[in-house]
Design a protein around this ligand. Structure first.
Ligand code: PEP
Ligand code: MN
Length: 364
């Protein structure tokens, strides 16, 4: 083979490469068009029967020198790449950072959640009695707490455990919060109670056990009230974001994500706090992210370092359970701080420099 012939063949190959590329690009455009049509019709974009037909037709027409399996392999790659093109067009979630770059800031009782300064949500596990609520309200007010938590509907593991006071509990926490200039954060477990709860709560909590109660999520999406959505105990970060999407896609854009620990084999803590979920959620989503330090650990002795860790990785706030007399609490007795312990914890946290210097001023 002469040198000139070699150059000539190489030039031809370069030309053919360009032609193949042009054909592939044309093919890709057609695939995209099909994708658009299917999207409008709402049909699945990947059609394995059609793919098999195309491959069979190509193999039947194979002139060689490639063997049939090579032809199949080559075209499968082309089909795969085209399908990839259709997937790239996949709709970004509304909760995604890609959809909105600025942080969502949710204002409750003059407190900005997600505004760069961490907030503290404190209160008992369950709303129990007027005396209990009054004592905790008065105690927390002294520390400038503006967001009062307390469960009226308790999704308990055992049906024989205290199930909460229900609507009476909501009335009680509302009364206490009003008296002490606080906002109410309380869990709702049933879709049919969402509407009713609007009169009593400022933030609807959806608990870990209900993170994938899709009817509840939809109902919470239909109202205009901030929602605190807790990560399910066996839910992935992606599943938490999809759960939030259920709410946001219905028009309720005010969702606060909450990492509260996931279930692992470790028994030293009640759950394992997935600390890396915080910066990941902050990266992936524009929604505020808070950490429930009580339910994630289930123990009181490590709450200060855990709180610091949560704030160090960018949490927008913390949830901590506080009860005037934890030993007689009707739920989660072991893990709730009493008021002096809470005071000490607050002091430690303030000294750490993670909390805002000035207490936010209530607007109510
Ligand atoms: C709660 O906050 O009262 C609670 C029950 O927590 P979780 O849903 O995270 O278990
Ligand atoms: Mn609890």
């Amino acid at each position: 083979m002469t040198r000139e012939r070699l150059e000539e063949i190489r030039a031809q190959l370069d030309e053919i490469n360009l032609e193949i590329l042009e054909l592939l690009s044309r093919r890709a455009e057609l695939v995209q068009e099909i994708g658009d049509l299917k999207k409008r019709k709402g049909t699945e974009r990947f059609d394995p029967i059609r793919e098999k037909e195309m491959l069979d037709r190509l193999v039947a027409a194979n002139p060689g020198p490639f063997d049939d399996s090579t032809v199949r392999h080559l075209f499968k790659q082309i089909f795969q790449a085209s399908l990839g093109l259709m997937e790239e067009e996949k709709k970004e979630l509304l909760v995604s950072r890609k959809k909105r770059t600025e942080d969502t800031v949710i204002e409750v009782n003059g407190v900005r959640i997600g505004g760069g300064q961490p907030v503290i949500i404190a209160g008992p596990c369950s709303v129990e009695t007027p005396e209990q609520m009054d004592a905790v309200g008065a105690g927390l007010q002294q520390h400038g707490i503006l967001l009062l938590r307390g469960g009226a509907y308790k999704p308990r593991t055992s049906p024989y455990d205290f199930q909460g006071l229900g609507k009476k509990g909501l009335e009680l926490i509302r009364k206490t919060a009003d008296k002490y200039g606080m906002a109410v954060v309380s869990e709702i477990v049933s879709p049919s109670d969402i509407e009713m709860s609007l009169e009593y709560v400022d933030v609807i909590q959806i608990g870990a056990r209900n993170m994938q109660n899709f009817e509840l999520l939809k109902e919470a999406g239909n109202v205009r009230k901030p929602v605190l959505l807790k990560r399910g105990m066996s839910a992935t970060i992606e599943e938490l974001l999809f759960a939030a999407e259920y709410i946001v896609s219905r028009g309720n854009t005010e969702v606060i994500l909450c990492e509260r620990g996931i279930r692992t084999y470790e028994k030293a803590t009640r759950n394992t706090l997935d600390i890396s979920a915080v910066p990941i959620l902050k990266q992936e989503s524009h929604l505020p992210v808070i950490v429930d330090i009580t339910h994630s650990t289930g123990r009181k002795d490590i709450l200060l370092p855990i709180a610091k860790a949560a704030l160090a990785v960018g949490a927008d706030g913390l949830i901590v359970e506080v009860h005037p007399e934890p030993s007689v609490a009707l739920s989660d007795a072991k893990q709730q701080l009493n008021l002096p312990q809470f005071a000490q914890w607050m002091e430690g946290l303030k000294a750490s420099g993670y909390l805002p210097k000035q207490e936010p001023v209530p607007v109510k």
